[in-house]
Design a protein around this ligand. Structure first.
Ligand code: S3P
Length: 445
């Protein structure tokens, strides 16, 4: 998609059955674990967004054989470890990509230099560098732990690390480094975060012990383990499925089914929240695919009520707050989202950008350092005005969220930098159009 801007307009109801693209978190991990393993990993349903393509290229740069066999079908031939890349590794927009790859690379006696786009170069890497440094890795980087950064690994020692922030990326970086650390690694997470790394490590033949600790977990990865190539079927990404599902909830007369959506409990906080808001959602055809539960999820237009989301739910819906804020704009009453400070260090400061975008569209929003309140437009019986041009700072989820809002607002909503949507959801516009959405190239207002 090459449009400089895109506009979403109110049209008819959204109707149809679609498949969500492959899960981004699992796609990155499939390539990285495949490259670390010995032997062949065959992947089906890989997300072919920009972020994951960067990870595929990075794995080739670290010495793995990486081949695209067909749509979503990839073959990775791991050499049982990483070799020093001959050039700078550019991870594009992908925080997950760079943080996990740094963890994996730290296990080997070599240097690797990482960079990314302007957004990624502005994001904090200290959260990963801190534990990797305690394990024995060294680096040189820009002020504040920013990329570009050269990491020198090898000779790592055991760590027992308590996560200061609920981050699956940090947990995963420590576990991947632990694969090649003397004595392995332990991670204590006071709040459970997505557990794809633990599950997938087991799929690659590793021993991982997970002890439940109230709301958190203690993960133990013994050292000296070898991974063996495997087959992976990547389920549909709930973070992407959220956009057509919420679009159906807010657009009168709509009914949309997303097939094959991942229902991992650490990823479905949004479904719980929408359920509490009174959303008409049904989950059918629940099945097991490659060790994960997937299902078909149907959303029908609903009268939504505002709710308060508790801080402890944040890790299971951290990427979904922007689209939840859109659902909240069409609800009656206030929705307050608590404990969402991590949103400020994503591809953009998502609290600030959602507050600005919603306000430009006529929605009342209150912003706090770690919380956001959206005043639903149905209160007082007025409608969501729309009619704004939204600045996305190149953040794919800010762009998709406001386009969804535009589908049910009174006046069209325009977003800039829509090309960034391809980082996580390359077929978004076509998929939405197939459901009946009016999303087109913007005409300058
Ligand atoms: C991810 C973890 C989350 C999430 C990101 C993907 C992962 O980030 O926001 O989109 O795949 O591990 P944090 O670990 O920073 O919370």
């Amino acid at each position: 998609m090459s449009a400089a801007q895109l506009t979403a307009r109110r049209a008819g109801p959204l109707r149809g059955v679609v498949r969500a693209p492959g899960d981004k978190s699992i796609s990155h991990r499939a390539l990285i674990l495949g490259a670390l393993a010995t032997g062949v990993t065959e992947i089906e349903g890989l997300l072919e967004g920009e972020d994951v393509r960067r990870t595929a290229a990075a794995m080739a740069a670290f010495g793995a054989g990486v081949e695209r066999l067909g749509e979503g079908r990839w073959r990775v031939e791991g050499r049982g470890g990483f070799a020093e890349p001959a050039d700078v590794v550019d991870c594009g927009n992908a925080g997950t990509g760079v943080r996990l790859i740094m963890g994996a690379a730290a296990g080997f006696a070599m240097s690797a230099t990482f960079t990314g786009d302007a957004s990624l170069r502005g994001r904090p890497m200290n959260r990963v560098l801190k534990p990797l440094g305690r394990m024995g890795a060294t680096w040189i980087c820009r002020e504040g732990g920013r990329l570009p950064l050269t990491l020198k690994g090898g000779g790592l020692k055991h760590i027992a690390y308590t996560l200061p922030e609920p981050s699956a990326q940090v947990k995963s970086a420590v576990l991947l480094a632990g694969l090649h650390a003397d004595g392995g690694a332990e991670v204590i997470e006071p709040e459970a975060t997505r557990d794809h790394t633990e599950r997938m490590l087991r799929g690659f033949g590793a021993e991982v012990e997970v002890l439940e600790l109230g709301a958190g977990r203690h993960i133990v990865l013994p050292g000296g383990q070898t991974l063996r190539g495997t087959k992976i079927h990547v389920p549909g990404d709930p973070s992407s499925a959220a956009f057509p599902l919420v679009a159906a909830l807010i657009t009168p007369g709509s009914e949309v089914t997303v097939q094959g959506m991942l229902l991992n409990p650490s990823r479905i906080g949004l479904l719980d929240t929408l359920g509490e808001m009174g959303a008409d959602l049904s989950v059918t055809n629940v099945r097991d695919e490659g060790g994960e539960t997937v299902a078909d999820v149907t959303a029908r237009h609903s009268e939504l009520e505002g709710v308060e989301t508790p801080p402890e739910r944040a890790p299971s819906m951290i990427d979904e707050y922007p689209i939840l804020a859109v659902a909240a704009a069409f609800a009656s009453g206030k929705t307050t989202m608590r404990g969402i400070g991590e949103m400020r260090v994503k591809e953009s400061d998502r609290i600030a950008l959602m507050a600005a975008g919603l306000a430009a569209c006529g929605i009342g929003v209150e912003e706090e350092p770690e919380a956001m309140t959206v005043i639903g437009a149905k209160r007082g019986n007025h409608l969501v005005a729309g009619g704004a041009g939204v600045v996305t700072h190149g953040d794919h989820r800010i762009a998709m969220s406001h386009l969804v809002l535009g589908l049910a607002a009174e006046a069209p909503v325009r977003v800039d930098e829509p090309g960034m949507i391809a980082t996580s959801f390359p077929g978004f516009v076509d998929l939405m159009r197939g459901l009946g959405a009016d999303i087109g190239e913007a005409v300058e207002a």
